[in-house]
Design a protein around this ligand. Structure first.
Ligand code: PAF
Length: 285
């Protein structure tokens, strides 16, 4: 695995791959890798000859009161995991490299970014799209892989690619879960054992929505009714929103269909977690 740190390192590597006729896949991450990230690598390797993974904790996507300073980082461990999984090149730039003094241009998302995560985290998606646009621009990948756990992020990246006519394929890879249902997330590292147990209400509530759908319920309100008793079991878990929405722009719906998304965000202690399912796939999708 080659390590790249500067903009010119990445550009040179990417143009070498293109000159050699190799298809390039990009896996953007903020590091502290877990199996969810590594499945993105698997998806990338299945679609391209070379995979470049970026590891960069992007300050632009954190609000002033968010967890930028304590976001978990372990580049030495990430290197080993990425190499073992078959990453061809690891791009781990410094903040100075990505945003040199004076850099101020941002990619602004539209209305799709105003609800759910966007409402809870003002400016978050402008930060995400700016760094993703920069990575697309530098690596010029043929394909880029994102996790479905951050479903609104994936939706907005797809929309950016569509709106800006970027010639690349976006692949959205299903969420990876612990055996008890907890969605893998780097932020799970913040949970103490008691919070870890309480956090299971997120996936259990989504499971209840899936069961209600399988039992023939088609009103969003009926799905919410099915989720409420699960969420009530853990009053110490503060639900920020439950979204029942169509998959294209995550607009709320009253009547659900197979591809309807059920997404939620909740605080478990000081940790903010998100999770979602696609109705006909449930927790396995
Ligand atoms: O999903 C993430 O880890 C980040 O939002 C991303 C896409 C790497 C951009 O910083």
């Amino acid at each position: 695995m080659i390590e790249l740190q500067t903009i010119s390192d990445l550009r040179r590597w990417a143009s070498g791959e293109r000159a050699a006729g190799r298809r390039v896949a990009l896996v953007p991450t903020m590091g502290y890798l877990h199996e969810g990230h590594l499945r993105l690598v698997d998806a990338a390797r299945g679609r391209a000859d070379s995979t470049v993974m970026s590891v960069f904790v992007n300050p632009l996507q954190f609000g002033p009161a968010e967890d930028l300073a304590r976001y978990p980082r372990d580049l030495a461990r990430d290197r080993v995991l990425a190499e073992d999984r078959g990453v061809t090149a690891l791009f781990a730039p410094s903040e100075q490299v990505m945003y040199p003094a004076g850099s101020e241009i941002r990619v602004l998302p539209g209305a799709t970014a105003e609800r759910w995560e966007g409402a809870a985290r003002p400016g978050h998606f402008a930060g995400v799209l700016t760094v993703v646009a920069k990575l697309f621009h530098l690596a010029e990948p043929d394909v880029a892989c994102f996790g479905r756990k951050d479903i609104q992020q994936a939706t907005l990246v797809r929309q950016m690619v569509r709106d800006l006519d970027w010639p690349l394929e976006i692949v959205v890879v299903p969420t990876v879960r612990e055996p008890d249902g907890l969605a893998l997330s780097s932020r799970n590292a913040y949970l103490n054992p008691d919070e870890r147990r309480r956090a299971l209400v997120l996936s259990r509530a989504l499971g209840a929505a899936h069961e209600a759908y399988r039992a023939g319920r088609r009103r969003a309100g009926a799905l919410l009714d099915a989720m409420r008793p699960q969420l009530a079991l853990e009053p110490a878990v503060t639900v920020e929103y439950v979204a029942i929405a169509e998959p294209r722009a995550l607009t709320p719906v009253d009547v659900v269909e197979a591809d309807t998304v059920v997404a939620l965000a909740a605080r478990v202690g000081s940790t903010r977690l998100i999770d979602n399912i696609i109705l006909d796939q449930g927790l396995g999708g």
